[in-house]
Design a protein around this ligand. Structure first.
Ligand code: ADP
Ligand code: MG
Length: 136
């Protein structure tokens, strides 16, 4: 009787799109049974990756997948995808404190710390796909 898996898909182009994705991702995480602290971490990651899409790629998508079935371990997965310029200096970005925009440079590195699994596929002219997972 459970909804597994469940998928939310967002086209991301404006900060409004980002806050909508953040809000709906937070509700999904709470519905799955994540505690407020962990659901908030998931919302922060959606927000940071979404803001990066708007700022650096112009547009892209965020997909939030929930695996909430009765017979398997539950998790939530965030996939942020764009066809922008790609992340240069990826190692510095992952170390944190590196920014090309006068920001804090903590969006990607912080998001990685907030999640259980974190994978980046990026290349110049190939765009960026970040996949992040948190177990319930
Ligand atoms: N989707 C993206 N496409 C291209 N570059 C990106 C993307 N996301 C992040 N970056 C690059 O990585 C840097 C660090 O990002 P982040 O950790 O979120 O910090 P901030 O956004 O404050 O600079 C950005 O300044 C930008 O150069
Ligand atoms: Mg950022």
């Amino acid at each position: 009787m459970s909804s597994s898996p469940n998928t939310l898909f967002f086209r991301i182009e404006t900060v409004h799109d980002v806050s909508s994705a953040r809000r709906k991702g937070l509700m999904l995480a709470m519905d799955m049974g994540f505690q407020t602290a962990d659901a908030t971490k998931i919302a922060v990651v959606i927000s940071e990756l979404g803001r990066n899409i708007v700022s650096y790629a112009g547009k892209g998508t965020i997909t939030v997948l929930s695996q909430a079935g009765d017979n398997s371990r539950k998790y939530i997965k965030i996939i942020a995808d764009d066809r922008g310029p790609g992340i240069k200096n990826l190692n510095q970005v992952l170390d944190g404190g590196y920014t090309t925009s006068g920001g804090m440079g903590l969006g990607v590195s912080g998001s990685r710390k907030l999640m259980d699994e974190f994978n980046i596929r990026t290349g110049e002219g190939e765009g960026t796909t970040i996949t992040a997972l948190k177990w319930l």
